[in-house]
Design a protein around this ligand. Structure first.
Ligand SMILES: C[S@@+](CC[C@H](N)C(=O)[O-])C[C@H]1O[C@@H](n2cnc3c(N)ncnc32)[C@H](O)[C@@H]1O
Length: 300
């Protein structure tokens, strides 16, 4: 591997199902993980086995457990690892459960993205967890949490983009419906920057985002679409307009929620990724801005 790109190794319906991550990202995640001699480590998402090989080289194969949900990826990774002299515990299963048999771990690294950090990861780790954390509007932030086996707390250290862990991908797009019409003077393009979408996505759980660009010569008109799988919203932007038509259908008014969340984010001085953090305990997870005592206003 001689370039800083992710290598997609398998696809299903055009979507990647496994890949070797970007080398820069792998190195950065391992740096954040900060393993020490004698640590045991749990990896979620074995993929090619490359990360497991690096961890086995550093900590010894016996200290490393790696879980892969797809049986033939797990088998091939175990074979490859063996060929180069490493024999970590390669488990085939759903990483959302962790792997209690070898717990507790001092380090946990996930190489697939989650919207909700599974509690078994917290319960099985006494130490540092590095986890790609996203939401339906923005796939990517890397969390570094400290877990004492009951509660995990920490912040975002970097932007990231990983394939979703199975069961945690955002809702599918439903058939398009128009719904009830209203209007907004908020330019829907305010939601296009990653930082805005990440923050708004935290406040509007389950909401997915897409922009359909129009085909006018300047390429300036567009339609913002939101859905949680059941409710949908769309807002049409036209360059000459200052008020934009909104269509919302279903039990939630997703544009109203997103617009309120945008106003909150804007009023908080447009905080970037590294201003956000997460607390996870057996009651669930709570995202916060700047400090654990300052929860993000989650709309439901
Ligand atoms: C980006 S790849 C992992 C890269 C890998 N760490 C490496 O070194 O090559 C993400 C992997 O997560 C796996 N995965 C997705 N959902 C999972 C789940 N619920 N449990 C375990 N693995 C999962 C995918 O099958 C895929 O192989």
């Amino acid at each position: 591997m001689n370039s800083d790109v992710a290598l997609v190794l398998a696809k299903e319906d055009g979507r990647p199902t496994t890949s070797a991550s970007m080398p820069r990202m792998v190195a950065m995640m391992l740096r954040e993980l900060g393993v020490e001699d004698g640590d045991t480590l749990l990896e979620i998402g074995t993929g090619t086995g490359w990360n497991a090989a690096l961890a086995s080289h550093r900590l010894g194969s016996d200290a490393v457990t790696t879980i892969e949900v797809t049986p033939h990826f797990a088998d091939r990774a175990a074979e490859r690892l063996k060929q180069i002299g490493f024999t970590p515990h390669v488990v085939c299963g759903d990483g959302a459960e962790g792997w209690v048999t070898s717990a507790p771990y001092q380090r946990l690294i996930a190489t697939c993205a989650v919207q909700h950090v599974p509690y078994p990861w917290v319960a099985q780790t006494n130490g540092v967890m590095v986890i790609p954390w996203g939401n339906g509007m923005c796939n990517g932030a890397l969390l570094r949490l400290n877990s004492d086996g009951h509660t995990a707390i920490g912040g975002v250290v970097e932007e990231s983009s990983f394939m979703w862990m199975s069961g945690q991908a955002p809702a599918d797009w439903p058939e398009e419906t128009t719904g009830e019409e209203s209007a907004t003077d908020t330019d829907p393009r305010v939601l296009t920057p990653n930082e805005a979408r990440f923050a708004v996505g935290l406040c509007v759980p389950g909401c997915r985002y897409r922009v359909d660009w129009g085909d006018d010569a300047a390429g300036a008109d567009c339609t913002l679409r939101l859905t949680d799988g059941e409710s949908s919203a769309s807002v049409r932007y036209m360059p000459e307009d200052s008020v934009f038509p909104v269509y919302q259908s279903g039990p939630r008014s997703l544009w109203d929620e997103a617009e309120a969340a945008y106003r909150w984010w804007n009023g908080a001085a447009q905080p970037g990724f590294d201003q956000f953090g997460l607390t996870v305990d057996r009651n669930g997870q709570r995202a916060w801005l700047r400090s654990p005592g300052n929860p993000v206003p989650v709309r439901t």
